[in-house]
Design a protein around this ligand. Structure first.
Ligand code: GDP
Ligand code: IMO
Ligand code: MG
Length: 426
């Protein structure tokens, strides 16, 4: 198929960056369609490590890299990220990077609002990345945001900034915070426009024209399906739609068929607060965190760890219309004696096979597990299915059965080449 969409099927950090980099060898364009610099994607090529938040992961292979309008863009963070990848030998210029002109900008004071909102939530804190992502999407939906194209007309920009300041200042005043200044925000936007305007482009045209020319497009999702604003574990979610359907409104792509590959960790992790039925608050959870190096790329927070939850992945398989799964970090389980998979939920005396939407029912969930023997040998860097231990194959086959979704890619190390391909999505 000419288009492939990559989505995370859990709570993010499934290893999307690694798989996008690996798959982008075959792509002509790599396109981000939601999220912002709350994302942290790590790519390892031999001993070089790239950490990307806003740049599409295809940038490492010098592929045409596109930031769609569904993204909220912090232009100052992007400038820093471009400088950091340039130091590693990656050239970024307007021939390779295109940003949708109708992209909403993340303004510096959104980080202050993000922190204020979190502090007011008390014990219901979300544990956001504090990158101002939520406040940016709020202003977008509130129709008062500043978009990239607004930087082109200084007179109009000043009026927009003024009304934004008038909207937000009463709340800053109420909470005894420093008030926003139209002049300061306007001046910093004018300054950054000298850098960012060169990348501004009608991306919707580029995408649809590329489609017409049969170019191969890889849509790179950020976050994970369970952080989706509608279908995730609300309110402990991010502020964008993270599911595959977002590729259309997040880039301007017209209707087209595409292959949806769900990136899925061989166990489960989550950063921040919220329900997590299979969480392991014990030595096995600690082991997974240590073995899998489960620390957030963006905030360096310790990720919560738990067993694979087939109920959740089956649900996100349906929501995304997944064609197949890419299972990552299989090697992290190498040393375990026994490995569990959650196959259903018990709520009081009832058994259910889906994750309920209301927080009360969620709090009552008791996972039902099946237990499989561990393979207790190294799978690190294995590139062929027939080289995997029989018990690892059994584990993967069980995941396929319980999630009702075939596995076409298996990742066995952070390195680009530590990957088993069973069927190419392109
Ligand atoms: P993303 O946000 O989905 O792109 O994932 P992150 O980059 O935040 O987190 C995934 C982490 O796991 C990164 O440090 C990757 O280098 C690493 N990783 C990816 N695939 C594998 C794998 O198969 N095995 C191991 N051990 N690490 C992996
Ligand atoms: P990648 O693309 C994991 C989580 C935060 C928090 C919630 C809301 O690397 O998989 P936000 O700052 O978006 O308002 O925070 O969402 N979160 C992520 N967790 N991986 C991510 O991205 C995440 N992006 C946001 O930890 O719980
Ligand atoms: Mg990440």
């Amino acid at each position: 198929m000419s288009n492939v969409t990559i989505v995370g099927t859990q709570w993010g950090d499934e290893g999307k960056g690694k798989i996008v980099d690996w798959l982008s060898e075959k792509a002509d364009l790599v396109v981000r369609f939601q999220g912002g610099n709350n994302a942290g994607h790590t790519i390892q090529i031999k001993d070089k490590i790239y950490k990307l938040s806003l740049l599409p992961s295809g940038i490492v292979r010098k592929k045409i890299s596109v930031i769609g309008n569904g993204v909220v863009l912090d232009p100052w963070a992007l400038k820093e990220e471009i400088a950091s990848v340039k130091k590693k030998g990656i050239k970024v210029d307007p021939k390779i990077l295109y940003i949708a002109e109708n992209t909403t900008l993340v303004l510096p004071f959104y980080k202050d609002i993000d922190s204020l909102n979190e502090s007011l939530r008390g014990k219901n804190i979300i544990g956001t990345t504090k990158r101002g992502i939520g406040p940016a999407y709020e202003d977008k939906v509130g129709r008062r945001c500043i978009r990239l194209c607004d930087l082109k007309n200084k007179k109009k920009l000043r009026i927009k900034v003024q009304s934004l300041v008038e909207y937000h200042n009463p709340r800053f005043k109420y909470h005894n915070k420093k008030l926003l200044s139209t002049k300061d925000i306007y001046n910093s936007l004018v300054k950054i426009s000298n850098f960012i305007n060169q990348y501004s482009y009608p991306v919707w045209k580029l995408i649809n024209e590329s489609m017409k020319k049969n170019k191969k497009i890889l849509f790179e999702g950020a976050q994970g399906s369970l952080l989706d604003i509608d279908f995730g574990t609300h309110p402990f979610v991010t502020s964008s739609n993270t599911l595959s359907g977002q590729i259309y409104s997040g880039t301007g792509l017209g209707n087209s068929s595409n292959y949806v590959l769900g990136i899925t960790k061989a166990y489960t992790t989550r950063v921040g607060s919220g329900p997590f039925p299979t969480e392991l608050k014990n030595s096995i959870g600690e082991f997974l965190g240590k073995q899998g190096n489960e620390f957030g790329t963006v905030t360096n927070r310790k990720r919560r760890c738990g067993w694979f939850d087939a109920v959740l992945v089956n649900q996100t398989k349906i929501l995304n219309g997944l064609n197949s799964l890419a299972i990552t970090k299989l090697d992290v389980l190498d040393k375990l004696e026994n490995i569990k998979i959650c196959s259903g939920y018990r709520i009081n005396k009832k058994i259910i096979n889906y994750f309920p939407a209301d927080e009360h029912s969620q709090s009552l969930i008791k996972p039902i597990y099946i237990s499989l023997p561990g393979w207790k040998s190294s799978t690190v860097g294995i590139k062929r299915w027939d080289k995997l231990p029989a018990k690892a194959k059994k584990y993967l086959k069980t995941i396929e059965k319980l999630t009702n979704c075939k596995i076409t890619v298996i990742s066995t190390s952070p390195e680009r080449n530590g990957t088993i391909l069973l069927e190419s999505p392109f």
